[in-house]
Design a protein around this ligand. Structure first.
Ligand code: AMP
Length: 376
C-alpha cells in the first residue's frame, strides 16, 4: 500500500518524497485514514514504529483553525519530555513547510526560562507541550485550551511513570468537550486504560507489537563477564569495533555517571544522560551525540525512550534492565527504519538467569561468548 492511497493532500505527499520512505509503516497505514476521518484513536506503539508521522501528517492535512489570531490554540500535543517535544516539533515543521498556508507551530517544556515561551504563544495553532510547563503557562494566562479541536497524548505510559497524572487530569478539564483525541502508549496498563476512558470516544484501536519492529535486523551478541571486568571490556569492545556512535545502558543514574566518567578518563568522549541532569545538559548531550562530538552516550531506561536517532549503529547493555520489554526497547534503538544494527549485552553471573528470561520473552536466543576469556 503506497502513501498516496491514504488520503493525504498532494502537498504532503510531495514533501513525503523528501523523506525517502519506501512505504507507510503498519501504524501509518492504519492510523492515517482513521484520523483523517475524524475518529478517536488508541495506538499501542513504541518509539521506532513510525507513530509520530502517523499523527502529524493527518493533523496537518485536516486541522481547522480559528480565523482570528488569539492565545487559544487549535491542536495540543502532550509529551512527557523535552527531548520528545523537540523531536515531534521537528517532524511537524518538516511537513508544515510544504503547506500553502503553513500553521504556526511551537513547543514548550520545563527546565528553561518561561518568558520567551510566553511571548511566542500568540497565534500558535499547534502546540507541543510537557504537562507541568503547560499548566504554568495557562495559569499565567499566556494561552488557553478552550478552542482545542485536536488532542494528542504521546507516550501516555511514560507520562504516568514520570508522575504527570494530576497535571493531565487538570489539563483535560480545561479542554472543550467536542474534540478529536489521539492517544499513543508503548504499553497498555491499568493507568493508561483509565486515561483512555477519560479521554477517548469510541476509539479505533491499533496495536503494533514490539516484534513487528523487526528484531531480525539487529545482530545480537552477549558476553558473560564479571562485574569488575565490565569497564575495561567495554573500552576494549568500543576500540576493537571502531565504534564512533554507541548508546550504552545502565540501570541507575549513579552507574551511568560512573561509566561515562571512566570512559572519559580513558580518552573516549562520553557523557551520561538521565533524569538527574538538567534539561540544558540533556539537550546539549543529545546534540553532541547526534553530530558526532561525543562517541558514547550512557543512558538509563526512562530517558532513552524518547531518543530517536536514525541509523544508530551500536547499543550496549552494560547492565540488564529489570523488564524484558525495556530490553527490547533498548535494542530497538538500533536496527531501525530498515537499517541493520548491533546490540551487545554484558551478562554478569548474577544476571545469567534473568537473561534467560529476557531471551524467552523476546523469542530469540542470543549467541553468548565468554567475555572474561576474551579480555586482553
Ligand atoms: P517514531 O516511531 O515516530 O519515533 O519514528 C521512528 C523513525 O522511523 C523515525 O526516524 C522516522 O523518520 C522513521 N520512519 C517513520 N516512518 C517511516 C517509513 N514509513 N519508512 C521508513 N522510515 C520511517
Amino acid at each position: 500500500m503506497p502513501f498516496s492511497s491514504l488520503g493525504l493532500s498532494k502537498e504532503l505527499l510531495s514533501r513525503l518524497l523528501d523523506k525517502k520512505y519506501e512505504k507507510p509503516y503498519p501504524i501509518q497505514q492504519q492510523a492515517i485514514p482513521a484520523i483523517l476521518k475524524g475518529k478517536d484513536l488508541l495506538g499501542i506503539a513504541q518509539t521506532g514504529s513510525g507513530k509520530t508521522d502517523s499523527f502529524v501528517l493527518p493533523i496537518l492535512n485536516n486541522l481547522k483553525v480559528q480565523e482570528e489570531k488569539t492565545r487559544a490554540i487549535d491542536c495540543l500535543v502532550l509529551v512527557p519530555t523535552r527531548e520528545l517535544a523537540v523531536q515531534v516539533e521537528e517532524v511537524f515543521k518538516f511537513y508544515n513547510y510544504s503547506l500553502p498556508t503553513p500553521f504556526k507551530i511551537s513547543s514548550v517544556f520545563g527546565g528553561v526560562s518561561i518568558n520567551p515561551q510566553m511571548k511566542g504563544l500568540f497565534g500558535v495553532n499547534i502546540l507541543i507541550a510537557t504537562p507541568g510547563r503547560l499548566l504554568e503557562l495557562i495559569r499565567a494566562k499566556a494561552l488557553q485550551l478552550s478552542k482545542v479541536n485536536t488532542l494528542v497524548i504521546d507516550e501516555a505510559d511514560k507520562m504516568l511513570n514520570l508522575g504527570f497524572k494530576e497535571e493531565m487530569d487538570e489539563l483535560i478539564k480545561l479542554l472543550p468537550k467536542k474534540r478529536q483525541n489521539l492517544l499513543f502508549s508503548a504499553t497498555l496498563n491499568d493507568d493508561v486504560k483509565s486515561i483512555n476512558q477519560l479521554v477517548l470516544n469510541k476509539p479505533i484501536i491499533i496495536n503494533i507489537k514490539a516484534k513487528d519492529q523487526n528484531l531480525d535486523l539487529i545482530n545480537q551478541t552477549a558476553y558473560f563477564i564479571q562485574d569488575e571486568n565490565k569497564g575495561p571490556f567495554l573500552r576494549q569492545i568500543i576500540e576493537d569495533k571502531g565504534m564512533n556512535q554507541v548508546l550504552i545502558f545502565t540501570s541507575s543514574t549513579f552507574k551511568a555517571d560512573n561509566v561515562a566518567k571512566k570512559l572519559m578518563k580513558h580518552g573516549i568522549k562520553a557523557t551520561a544522560i538521565h533524569s538527574k541532569k538538567s534539561q540544558g545538559s540533556r539537550t546539549d548531550s543529545l546534540i553532541k551525540f547526534k553530530n558526532g562530538t561525543i562517541t558514547a552516550l550512557v543512558a538509563t531506561d526512562l530517558l532513552a525512550r524518547g531518543i530517536d536517532i536514525e541509523f544508530l549503529p551500536f547499543v550496549i547493555n552494560y547492565e540488564l534492565p529489570r523488564s524484558p520489554k525495556d530490553f527490547i526497547h533498548r535494542i530497538g534503538r538500533t536496527g531501525r527504519a530498515e537499517n541493520s544494527g548491533e546490540a551487545i549485552t554484558f551478562v554478569s553471573e548474577e544476571e545469567e538467569h534473568h537473561f534467560k528470561v529476557i531471551q524467552k520473552k523476546m523469542g530469540k536466543l542470543v549467541e553468548t561468548l565468554d567475555g572474561d576469556k576474551l579480555m586482553l
